[in-house]
Design a protein around this ligand. Structure first.
Ligand SMILES: [Zn+2]
Length: 418
């Protein structure tokens, strides 16, 4: 029995088939998926998952945020379940793997346990978290943040899409406003399997990343105010050019982020020059800025360095460079005991593992404040995600699902075995 357990493997072909089959719900001509949270396509994939749960005899529940819980019973029903979870919603031009892999690999784990007639001590619960992407309704990680108590039910349910439809109305419309209250369930642990959405594993030829933390983030709106004047008649030394000042500031942001690499990153993703005329010296630039770092103190230091740069450039160039912080999130450390269990399971399966920090937000990051949680990463092609070309190999998806399987077995316990 012990060796039968340690040799237990998911059915990689069945997992792959499931990934390809469900991609038809919102499938795009370019091979991607458009499955916005609580849309008709989301309803279709949810109904599909509910059907799978019911036909396999699992218990099935939905909470008031539409989070779906598919539970396989354990021998000891008094134990808190071990959860596996991710999301089935996608970006408007998303791929087949972001989020979806974590849910469907979880389903494959349950099926594998059924096929092998393995009874776990603790129940195992697969979760499909609502609106991770935040593409239709902002903010993202909505279902998991409400579950964790970081966002109130009222706030989340009242968010509206571009057509003025609220989350509560959309849940009603697709029939997924459940009667249990999000956050009521208890879990002993949660593991999320996800594609890396970055290039690190692939570049190192590794298959399994063990994610032990998530970067903290600070988001800003920024502006540079100079003076509009005539491009032909204003001498260079009498200009207050908002764009050249902004350029200097942007290079300073790059320098700050490089000095914190690889744990820190900084990005200016939006910049609009005003007035935007060929022969007028720019009077303003409006821009976005974000910093991410795995260490909270270093993240604060990046903030301070950017504020100092803004002051210095303002004084040096006779302009006003301002940054206003509009949102921040502290770094999250995942539960060391869960990280260790994943790492040990991966090594037993023959993988060299890499400890990683997630640079992206995930449901696991939200849930980690109330449930001992960690993540497994597998590579995606060229590190590309939030893109219809997003891809992962059957081999890597299977490997990730097997690490998930053995981590969950280690946490749930199997009767008569450790
Ligand atoms: Zn995701």
């Amino acid at each position: 029995m012990a060796s039968r357990l340690s040799n237990l493997s998911v059915d990689g072909e069945r997992l792959w088939q499931t990934l390809m089959d469900t991609a038809r719900f919102g499938g795009t001509p370019k091979g991607g998926v458009r499955r916005l949270a609580l849309s008709d396509e989301d309803r279709q994939v949810r109904n599909w998952l509910a059907d799978q749960a019911k036909s396999a005899g699992y218990t099935f529940g939905v909470d008031d945020l539409g989070n779906m819980y598919v539970q396989r019973p354990g021998r000891d029903q008094t134990r808190d379940p071990i959860a596996m979870g991710s999301h089935l919603d996608t970006q408007p031009t998303g791929g087949k793997f972001d989020g979806v892999l974590g849910v469907l690999a979880g389903l494959e784990v349950l099926r594998t346990l059924d096929d092998a007639k393995i009874e776990t001590d603790a129940p195992i619960c697969l979760v499909n978290w609502t609106n991770e992407e935040g593409a239709r309704f902002a903010p993202g990680e909505m279902g998991s943040e409400v579950f964790a108590g970081d966002v109130t039910h009222e706030f989340a349910l009242s968010r509206k899409d571009a057509d003025g439809i609220s989350v509560a109305e959309a849940l009603q419309r697709i029939g997924y406003g459940g009667n249990e209250r999000a956050g009521e369930r208890r879990f002993a642990a949660m593991i999320e399997l996800h594609i890396e959405q970055g290039p690190v594993l692939e570049s190192q030829n590794l298959v399994i990343g063990v994610v032990d933390a998530a970067k903290g983030q600070m988001w800003y709106n920024g502006s540079v105010l100079g003076r509009e004047s005539h491009a032909g008649t204003t001498p260079m030394d009498l200009r207050r050019d908002a764009f050249t000042a902004f350029s200097e500031f942007s290079l300073e942001i790059e320098r700050i982020a490089r000095s914190e690499a690889p744990a820190g990153v900084g990005t200016i993703g939006v910049a609009t020059i005003g007035p935007g005329a060929r022969n007028t010296i720019p009077g303003s630039v409006e821009f976005s800025l974000e910093f991410r770092h795995s260490n909270g103190e270093r993240l604060a230091a990046m903030h301070d360095a950017a504020a100092a740069a803004a002051e210095r450039i303002s004084a040096g160039r006779g302009v006003s460079v301002r940054i206003e912080r509009i949102w921040q999130k502290a770094p999250v450390a995942f539960a060391p005991q869960i990280v260790e269990i994943i790492d040990a399971a991966a090594k037993r399966l023959g993988h060299q593992t890499l400890r990683m920090t997630s640079g992206a937000g995930h449901d696991a990051v939200a849930v980690a404040s109330v449930v001992p949680t960690a993540m497994i990463f597998v590579p995606c092609k060229d590190g590309i995600s939030h893109n219809e070309a997003e891809n992962a190999t059957p081999r890597d998806c299977t490997a990730g699902a097997n690490v998930l399987l053995h981590s969950v077995l280690g946490l749930s316990g199997v009767h008569g075995h450790d």
